[in-house]
Design a protein around this ligand. Structure first.
Ligand code: FES
Length: 111
């Protein structure tokens, strides 16, 4: 079980997201963490369209009604639960998921 704690659920407003950097396989990796109630969804902050980070404003990853993760560069929309792109220039591709788990209100890497 990983000992790498990413953040507390309380660091993220329910339905919103934050960005952070964690070491994964020895590489510092920019991550997206989205909170949905007591669950967290974690993805690498790299858009499958061009490889750019998704957030124009640091930590701003959600579309206007927080129903999808959005890339600020060209507006691609991704499902929160699986990172699949449902609209935009990379439709059909996916964000890279990072295995994580929530234990006692803390989000941990599960890799
Ligand atoms: S770089 Fe993300 S939609 Fe183009």
């Amino acid at each position: 079980m990983s000992q790498t704690r990413l953040c507390s659920l309380n660091d993220i407003e329910n339905g919103d997201s934050i960005g952070l950097v964690a070491e994964i396989d020895g590489l510092r990796t920019s991550l997206i963490v989205v909170r949905q109630g007591e669950q967290a969804f974690v993805y690498v902050n790299v858009c499958p369209h061009t490889g750019a980070p998704l957030d124009f404003e640091p930590g701003q990853f959600m579309n206007f009604d927080r129903a999808f993760i959005m890339c600020a560069m060209h507006g691609a929309l991704f499902n929160i639960h699986d990172g699949f792109c449902i609209q935009g220039p990379c439709v059909g591709k996916s964000l890279t998921p990072i295995a994580s788990e929530v234990r006692e209100g803390q989000v941990w890497l599960a890799v």
